[in-house]
Design a protein around this ligand. Structure first.
Ligand code: KG4
Ligand code: ZN
Length: 405
C-alpha cells in the first residue's frame, strides 16, 4: 500500500516514489492540533505567496507522539499536528517501544502532509527541516530522522537534528495565532524541565545547546514518570499526570502523610522513586482506594509533594543564579497546581514565572521546528552526518543512583 494523502489535503509537493508501508488513511486528523494563520507569509488569495520569514518543518517521533509542524524562524506556528499514541500504549500502562516505532511508520507521512497542507505550503516552500535526533526510543527516533533526511535531500534544503530537551526549553517562544502567550523571557533565565523522561533545572544563557547548563536533575524517576507509575499503582490509566491532576483538585493534600522527596535545602537534585514507594506502601497497608474522597486525597497528597519539590528547587536555582525569570517546560508543566504554585512562590521572590500554553508543554513538533530554526539561521546543516542517540546531548552533572543528596 502506498502512502495516501489525508482526505481533502492539498498537494504539498511530496516527492513521488515513496516506498513506505502503512496506511495513510488515518491522516493527521486524529487528535491533531492545528492552526492556520500565517504571520510569516502573505497569501494573495491567488495561489501566490509572498514570503517574509524563513519556514521550517519540524518532525517529532522520539516517543509516543507523531508530530509535524511548520514554524517561522521567529516562532510563529503556522501548523502543529500531533498524532497521539496514547490509546495504543494505555493497556500496557506505559510506552511499548516496538509499538511506538510501528505507529510512527504508519503515521509520519500523513502527519507531515497534514502539517504542510494546513500551513498552506508545499515542501518546496520550506527553507529547512528540523527533526528530533535525541534523546528518545531508538527505533522511534529513526523513523523521523530517516523521513527528514529523505525529504531534505529531495528538496535540496538543509536538515538539522535537534535535542528534544532543547525543544522543550525553547517552546516558551512559540506563538500560536489562537492562544495567548506570555511575554517571552530574556536569557539568562532558569528553566525547570519536567517531562515523562526527564526532570532537571537548567541555566539558559542562549537558545543553542552549548549555552544551556544543567544545574541539577533527578537521580532516579522523572516527575512525569512518577505521575505515571503512581497512576498505574492506583489503577487510574495512562498517562497518569492529567488524571491525577484532575482528581487532586478535589482532594485534601494534608489528609494523608507522605514524606517530601529530597528536601535537602542546598541540593538542586531531585528524587521521586522514594515518594512512589511511599504511595505503594500506603496502598499495601490501606488497600487501593476506590473512586472516592480517599483517592482524591491520596492524589492531592502525592501531587503536592511533587509540586512543592519542583517549585522549591526551581526557585532556589533561579535565586542562586540571580536571574529574574523562571520558565516551566515539559509535559508536567501542564499541571495546574505546578503552574499556580510556581507563580505564587516566584512572585514572593521577585521572579517572573513564564508558563507556556498547555499545548506547548507536552510533546509537539513546533518546538522542534523552532529549536531547529535557531540552528538553520546560523547556516548549519546536518544532512551528511545525522545520527540518533538515546541520550540527551546536554551535559549532565547529576549522577543517577544513590549518594549524598
Ligand atoms: O513532555 P511530555 O509530553 O513527553 C516527554 O517528553 O516525556 O511529557 C509527558 C509526561 C507524562 O509523564 C504525563 O503524565 C505528564 O507529562 N503530564 C502531566 C500532566 N500532563 C502531562 N503531569 C502532571 N500533570 C499534568 N497535567
Ligand atoms: Zn517531551
Amino acid at each position: 500500500m502506498g502512502w495516501g494523502r489525508p482526505n481533502g489535503a492539498a498537494d504539498v509537493g511530496w516527492p513521488t516514489g515513496g516506498g513506505q508501508t502503512g496506511g495513510g488513511q488515518t491522516g493527521a486528523a486524529n487528535g491533531d492540533r492545528t492552526v492556520g494563520s500565517e504571520p510569516g507569509s502573505v497569501d494573495t488569495g491567488m495561489g501566490c505567496r509572498m514570503r517574509s520569514a524563513m519556514l521550517v518543518l519540524g518532525i517529532e517521533t522520539s516517543c509516543d507522539e507523531t508530530g509535524a509542524a511548520v514554524v517561522t524562524e521567529d516562532g510563529h506556528v503556522l501548523s502543529d499536528v500531533v498524532q497521539s499514541q496514547i490509546k495504543i500504549h494505555a493497556p500496557y500502562g506505559g510506552v511499548v517501544p516496538e509499538l511506538a516505532s510501528r505507529d510512527h511508520m504508519k503515521n509520519v507521512r500523513p502527519v507531515i502532509e497534514g502539517a504542510l497542507s494546513r500551513a498552506r505550503v508545499t515542501l518546496r516552500d520550506l527553507d529547512g527541516i528540523s527533526v528530533t535526533a535525541r534523546p528518545g526510543l531508538s527505533g522511534a527516533l529513526l523513523v523521523g530522522v530517516q523521513v527528514a533526511r529523505g525529504l531534505a535531500w529531495s528538496i535540496g534544503r538543509p536538515l538539522v537534528g535537534v535535542d528534544h530537551l532543547v525543544g522543550h526549553l525553547v517552546a516558551v517562544y512559540l506563538r500560536h495565532p489562537d492562544i495567548a502567550a506570555p511575554a517571552p523571557p530574556h536569557p539568562p533565565f532558569v528553566a525547570l524541565l519536567a517531562s515523562g523522561g526527564h526532570t532537571a533545572v537548567y541555566r539558559v544563557d542562549g537558545l543553542e545547546l552549548s549555552r544551556i547548563t544543567e544545574l541539577g536533575a533527578t537521580r532516579d524517576d522523572a516527575a512525569g514518570e512518577a505521575f505515571d507509575k503512581v497512576a498505574k499503582l492506583l489503577g487510574l490509566g495512562y498517562p497518569g499526570g492529567p488524571i491525577i491532576d484532575q482528581l487532586a483538585r478535589e482532594g485534601d493534600p494534608r489528609a494523608i502523610e507522605l514524606a517530601l522527596p529530597m528536601p535537602r535545602r542546598d541540593s538542586l537534585e531531585f528524587s521521586f522513586s522514594g515518594l512512589k514507594s511511599n504511595v505503594a506502601r500506603w496502598v499495601s497497608a490501606n488497600g487501593r482506594p476506590g473512586n472516592d474522597q480517599t483517592l482524591r486525597n491520596l492524589c492531592a497528597a502525592f501531587q503536592t509533594r511533587v509540586v512543592d519539590t519542583l517549585v522549591s528547587k526551581a526557585v532556589r536555582a533561579a535565586r542562586r543564579e540571580k536571574v529574574q525569570e523562571l520558565v516551566l517546560a515539559g509535559g508536567v508543566a501542564a499541571n495546574r497546581q505546578l503552574r499556580e504554585r510556581a507563580a505564587e512562590v516566584g512572585a514572593g521572590h521577585g521572579i517572573r514565572v513564564v508558563v507556556p500554553p498547555f499545548r506547548s508543554c507536552t510533546d509537539n513538533a513546533a518546538m522542534i521546528a523552532y529549536a531547529g530554526a535557531v540552528r538553520l539561521a546560523q547556516g548549519e546543516d546536518d544532512r551528511g552526518r545525522l545520527e540518533t542517540h538515546p541520550r540527551t546531548a546536554l551535559l549532565r552533572v547529576t549522577r543517577k543512583g544513590r549518594g549524598r543528596r
